[in-house]
Design a protein around this ligand. Structure first.
Ligand SMILES: CC(C)(COP(=O)(O)OP(=O)(O)OC[C@H]1O[C@@H](n2cnc3c(N)ncnc32)[C@H](O)[C@@H]1OP(=O)(O)O)[C@@H](O)C(=O)NCCC(=O)NCCS
Length: 220
């Protein structure tokens, strides 16, 4: 458990330019505290000391604002930045070198039983406020944009944004139709065009009628 201590601190320096000293990281980074508490809780959970594990998890939540269920499996060098409001569910699995920002939920949809939380691959970034809900996988090197709501599998090396989450980049290339804001239909202009067409038609009809009438008068 303690062999991770050094790499946990090092991970903060690699991900947070604001980190100044080891002392500061060890004593003030709630993401790091939550991960340390989780290691203790998870080892108790694996020994089937479920209630004690839960108590440690809840104390950690009270102190850090980060709720990690003791059953969650977390890889190496997870970095939880800021952390407040992060929730990680019981059957969640997180790979190595993952970054999670505040307000992220790795949860279930409420419809599944057994494995009901996501599996996060290696080197995944999950932006602040994102919700990843269900028992699917988020592939290695993918990024979830902040506030995205992801409800289905994400392949490797993708960027997902929006609600519901959709892939907008895959292997660095843009994916799917993006809204072309310069080509939006304008219903008012469309209506004026239709009216103009009708007026032109009526004008032509009127001219024809005038000509027909004038022709008739000349003959008589
Ligand atoms: C998604 C993210 C990781 C960027 O990934 P990326 O692969 O570099 O993607 P890009 O920046 O090229 O953006 C791709 C498209 O998604 C859009 N986009 C990016 N993030 C978005 C978001 N959170 N919500 C909606 N759309 C978003 C971009 O505008 C861009 O659209 P375009 O193709 O029409 O220009 C980043 O935008 C993000 O949300 N990071 C989280 C950061 C965070 O939570 N910080 C908290 C610090 S306290």
């Amino acid at each position: 458990m303690f062999r991770h201590f050094r790499s946990d601190v090092q991970t903060v320096f690699e991900n947070d330019p604001a980190a100044r000293s080891r002392f500061e990281v060890i004593f003030t980074y709630s993401g790091v505290h939550a991960i340390w508490a989780h290691r203790v809780a998870h080892s108790l959970y694996r020994r089937r000391w479920f209630t004690l594990a839960r108590v440690i998890s809840q104390v950690s939540r009270f102190m850090t604002g980060i709720e990690i269920h003791p059953g969650a499996k977390i890889g190496n060098r997870l970095f939880i930045d800021h952390g407040m409001g992060v929730v990680i569910g019981e059957t969640c699995e997180i790979g190595d070198d993952v970054v999670i920002y505040q307000g992220v939920t790795l949860g279930g949809t409420g419809k599944e039983k057994g494995k009901r939380h996501p599996t996060i691959g290696n080197n995944v970034v999950i932006g602040s406020g994102a919700k990843v809900l269900g028992s699917f996988t988020v592939g290695d090197y993918s990024s979830i944009g902040s506030n995205a709501v992801v409800l289905r599998e994400v392949p490797e090396n993708c960027t997902v944004v929006g609600n519901p989450g959709r892939v907008v980049r895959r292997n660095g290339e843009r994916v799917g139709d993006r809204l072309d804001h310069t080509q939006l239909p304008d219903p008012v202009i469309e209506m004026f065009r239709a009216m103009q067409k009708e007026i032109d038609g009526l004008k032509t009809e009127l001219e024809d009628m005038k000509l027909t009438k004038a022709g008739g008068e000349v003959k008589s």
